[in-house]
Write a protein that binds this ligand. Structure first.
Ligand code: S3P
Length: 170
């Protein structure tokens, strides 16, 4: 079974993906890590050195590789993955389930204020400007996220209950 998790930065894709993979006894893949291993560089460095367009091309390439060559996995994607190069359509075609982990703007702000630094798209945004940035960004990205097969409302729920909720939908 191929399961893909999508959602904004800080929505808990990796945390939940790892837990779910353990529960289902299948492997867990993090697309950002796959890219970092493949390019032997960190995401912030790739953004800084080669720019976002280069990153998006590689993200598209590695996503297609994983989806077409591997079987039985949970794949956690980057926050922007579904929004470029027809990636959402590819995921919906090649995966068995695509889950959108939906977190409210205040919820995302709370989580991302604590972990802005290693995220190139938000690290230079002042803390007080973060709610407006996330609000606008999410408004654009929601069109893609909402195409997912399942929408999981993640606010105020612990990871274990979210895993149980997802399991019931498989
Ligand atoms: C990005 C999110 C990041 C990473 C890159 C771009 C985005 O992944 O892919 O920094 O465009 O939202 P996370 O969602 O895991 O932070």
């Amino acid at each position: 079974m191929k399961i893909v998790l999508v959602g904004y930065m800080g929505s808990g894709k990796s945390t939940l993906g790892k837990l779910l993979a353990k529960k289902l006894k299948i492997s867990f893949l993090d697309l950002d890590e796959v890219i970092e291993e493949g390019l032997e560089d960190s995401i912030p460095n790739i953004f800084m050195g080669k720019g976002e367009i280069f990153f998006r091309k590689k993200e598209h390439e590695y996503l297609n590789n994983v989806l077409s060559k591997k079987n039985n996995f949970i794949l956690s994607t980057g926050g922007g993955t579904p929004c470029y190069s027809g990636n959402m359509e590819t995921m919906l075609t090649l995966a068995d389930h695509v889950f959108y982990l939906k977190v409210s703007i205040p919820g995302l702000v709370k989580r991302l204020l604590l972990e802005k630094e290693h995220r190139p798209l938000i690290k230079n945004i002042e803390d007080e400007d973060l709610p407006e940035f996330i609000g606008k960004h999410l408004f654009e990205r929601n069109n893609f996220y909402l195409k997912a097969n399942h929408i999981i409302d993640c606010d105020d729920k612990d990871p274990e209950s979210l895993v149980a909720e997802i399991e019931q939908l498989l």
